[in-house]
Structure formats: structure tokens, C-alpha cells
Unconditional design. Structure first.
Length: 423
């Protein structure tokens, strides 16, 4: 193989060292389905919008095919974050290891004929734990990331729920074919990477700081200390928040599947298909786990819709999701009533509502910050206090600078209060 390299800047030159000649060959073999090609050059172009747990680039590979025709193909590359503290965090929680595991597991599904999932995930070309992932470049294919600051309308919610049902159905079909759960077969790969409750887990303090922030937000947004029952809102809220440690563990009561674990707007890419219908694909599987599908469904709805939307449509769209799940299970040769009856699904939704409400309140503190603000806080001298002791201090510092942020965080605490009132 011979080629010339073209790197766009120093960062790209550094990352290029993580993509070897052997890797380039592997990527093209998987892309072309053969080995008769000659690589001419590769170009690595950093993308300007990094994620919290990754930095991104476009890899362009120009090559001659078996007939001597030259082609250039673009791939999406995810590297570790460029900020050391974020890179250490990503490695510490096992984010890249989990994501490589998920893509490889989904390939096992496909080899067993469980393949409708290919419609909702990008094609996987190469994964190197704690180094890089190389995937189908969805932006080149016309997909666009949803705006994290905008809430979703009814039709968009149904589009995503349809794709989620497809994603979830594949685990059930695979397990029915194998006669065993993926937890029993691939358990080590499903270890929790965000809400693990081990004392030495790198994110334990971060979650505790988020919960401390939620309690502080009760004061920031001037909620009454007493619930209608007379109970102390802060005490009840804290108890509810700490349920999250158990809710992320595989359920012993309800059917579990491979869940996405982080299904919010920035991890959903959408485009119109040839029939002008919106379709979507999911990215970023760094928090995937083995839990009831209702966890993804409720979390997605709470992350991306308004309180008024949920008051009007929540149970309606849960029913629509289940109808989609029935459809995909039947396509995959599985009887929905035998593996996940509707009543069981709805019961699990009531249980997972606590996860959705707490996760929303935790995530919104960080994910709704304007681009660049998160990095600014990461570089402050008091960053350990802000991120590892009480994230309410960050909220307090920023909340009046961004009215959309303020409104959505306040709504997340109102949801928590409404839930606590029922206990």
C-alpha cells in the first residue's frame, strides 16, 4: 500500500498517528467488501464542534479500485477529547471501550440475521478502545444533528420512537434466537459507564455533585420546602435521586434490552428519505446498558419535550412506541405478547419515570450550556468545586445568563416536585 498523507493542522497530525496503514486497509476492506484496491492518499480534517466525551474529524481516503478507477470516501472519526481532564474522564468511565463493544455486539446481531438495526445505527468500520472509532459519515449522507436547545414536535418524537423500537426489538430477537440473555453471554461488556455506584468509580463524585446541585436548585428556583404532604421536598428529592444507582442495573422484574443510555437531541441525526419521510440514526453508545426499553423511551421524552407536551401526549406516545415495537418484533419473527406484553411495558414505564426525571435534572445542568461554556468552566480554578462537589454553584453562576437554560432547568425541578408529591 502506498499513499501520501495530508494533515490539516497539528491536532490532525497527532491523531493521524492513531490510524495506521493497517487500519486504513481494514477500513477499505470493510467498505469495499474486498481487498483489491490501492490507497493513494488520506486526509484528516478536524471538525470544529467537539463533544464532551470526544473530538471529531473527517477521514478522507482516496484509492484506486480493482478496475483502476479513483474514488474518494469520507468517514467519521471520533477520538478522545483534546482537553486532558475530559480525556481522562472518558478513559476512566470506559466510554470508548463501551462504544466499541456495542458496535461489535450489533454486528453479532446482524450475523445471526437480526439486522433491522442497521437502519438506525451508522456503519461501523473500525474501533480501537481509548483511541478512536471510525464510522459512516452521516453528515455526508445528509443527516443533521437535532438542535439541543429546541424541543421536539409530535411528529419528530414519533420518528425517534419508531427508530428506538427498531433498536430495542433487535436485542429481544437475538436473545430469542440464542436462547440466552446478552447479559449472560456478554456481561463484562455491559458494565455501567456513567452511574456506577462503586466508591472508586471516577464519576461517583460527579453524580453526587449533580444531586447536590439539584437540591440547591430547589432554592435557586424558589420552590417551597414543604410538599403538600408536609414532607420536606429536599429530603424526598434526595431519596428519589439516589434511586438512579439501582435503576441503571438490569431489572429483575421486567424484560431488559440493550438500551442506548443517552438518547437526547445531540445523539440523534435525522434526514428526509427518498419518500420525504424523516428517518433517524443514533450515535454515541458510550452509556449503553442492559435495562428495560422503557428507560430509553421515558428518558428521551423527558429530555426533548416540554411539560405541556408530556401532560397532553405522554401515555399516547408510549402506546405508539409499543405498537412500533410490536411491528419490529413480528418482522423479526418474535411474538410480542410472549416476550413483552403491553401491561408489563407500561408497568416498567411507571418504574422508569423516576430515572427519566432524575437523569433529566442531572444532565440539563451540563448539556444545555451554550457551546464553549462547558470548556470555560472546565478551565476555571474552582472547577473541582463546580463539577465534583456541588454543580448547583455552576447553575447559580450561569442561570441568569441564559433564559432558555433557566426555564428548562426549572421545569426539570418542577417534574421532580410533581413526582415527589405522589410519594
Amino acid at each position: 500500500m502506498t499513499y501520501t498523507d495530508k494533515m490539516e493542522d497539528k491536532e490532525a497530525t497527532f491523531h493521524a498517528e492513531q490510524i495506521s496503514d493497517e487500519d486504513i486497509n481494514m477500513i477499505l476492506q470493510r467498505y469495499t467488501g474486498g481487498s483489491e484496491f490501492v490507497v493513494i492518499r488520506k486526509t484528516l480534517k478536524p471538525l470544529k464542534t467537539p463533544g464532551m466525551l470526544g473530538s471529531y474529524a473527517t477521514l478522507e481516503i482516496s484509492f484506486l479500485d480493482s478496475k483502476g478507477a479513483e474514488s474518494t470516501q469520507s468517514f467519521f472519526v471520533k477520538f478522545l477529547p483534546t482537553i486532558d481532564s475530559q480525556a481522562d474522564f472518558a478513559k476512566g468511565i470506559g466510554a470508548f471501550t463501551k462504544e466499541v463493544f456495542v458496535y461489535e455486539l450489533l454486528e453479532r446481531f446482524q450475523k445471526e440475521g437480526v439486522s433491522t438495526v442497521t437502519n438506525v445505527v451508522p456503519k461501523f468500520y473500525l474501533g480501537k478502545a481509548n483511541e478512536c472509532l471510525i464510522l459512516e459519515h452521516l453528515a455526508v449522507e445528509g443527516y443533521k444533528t437535532l438542535d439541543k436547545h429546541s424541543v421536539l414536535d409530535y411528529d419528530t418524537v414519533l420518528t425517534v420512537l419508531n427508530a428506538l423500537a427498531n433498536f430495542h426489538a433487535n436485542t429481544i430477537a437475538f436473545e430469542e434466537k440464542q436462547g440466552d440473555s446478552i447479559l449472560n453471554t456478554y456481561g463484562p461488556g455491559l458494565v455501567e459507564t456513567y452511574f456506577a455506584d462503586d466508591d472508586d468509580f471516577i464519576n461517583k463524585r460527579g453524580i453526587e455533585a449533580s444531586i447536590a446541585g439539584i437540591i440547591r436548585e430547589i432554592d435557586i428556583f424558589q420552590f417551597p420546602i414543604k410538599l403538600n404532604s408536609g414532607k420536606n421536598f429536599k429530603e424526598v428529592a434526595k431519596d428519589v435521586c439516589y434511586q438512579i444507582w439501582n435503576l441503571v442495573k438490569p431489572s429483575k422484574q421486567y424484560r431488559n434490552v440493550l438500551t442506548h443510555g443517552d438518547i437526547w437531541s445531540s445523539n440523534i441525526l435525522m434526514k428526509a428519505d427518498e419518500n420525504r419521510r424523516n428517518v433517524c440514526k443514533f450515535v454515541d453508545y458510550q452509556q449503553s446498558r442492559y435495562t428495560p426499553p422503557s428507560q430509553d423511551v421515558l428518558a428521551f421524552i423527558f429530555f426533548t419535550t416540554t411539560r405541556s407536551f408530556r401532560a397532553k401526549h405522554l401515555y399516547e406516545v408510549l402506546g405508539v412506541y409499543y405498537s412500533y415495537l410490536e411491528k419490529y418484533l413480528k418482522v423479526l419473527g418474535v411474538d410480542p405478547k410472549k416476550v413483552l406484553p403491553f401491561s408489563e411495558f407500561m408497568d416498567s414505564c411507571e418504574e422508569q419515570k423516576a430515572f427519566a426525571i432524575v437523569a433529566t435534572a442531572i444532565y440539563f445542568q451540563i448539556i444545555l450550556l451554550e457551546d464553549g461554556v462547558f470548556d470555560e468552566y472546565c478551565n476555571r480554578e474552582n472547577r473541582d468545586t463546580l463539577f465534583l462537589e456541588d454543580r448547583g454553584l455552576l447553575v447559580e453562576d450561569y442561570v441568569e445568563k441564559d433564559l432558555k437554560y433557566k426555564s428548562r432547568l426549572r421545569d426539570s425541578i418542577q417534574d421532580l416536585k410533581d413526582y415527589c408529591e405522589l410519594l
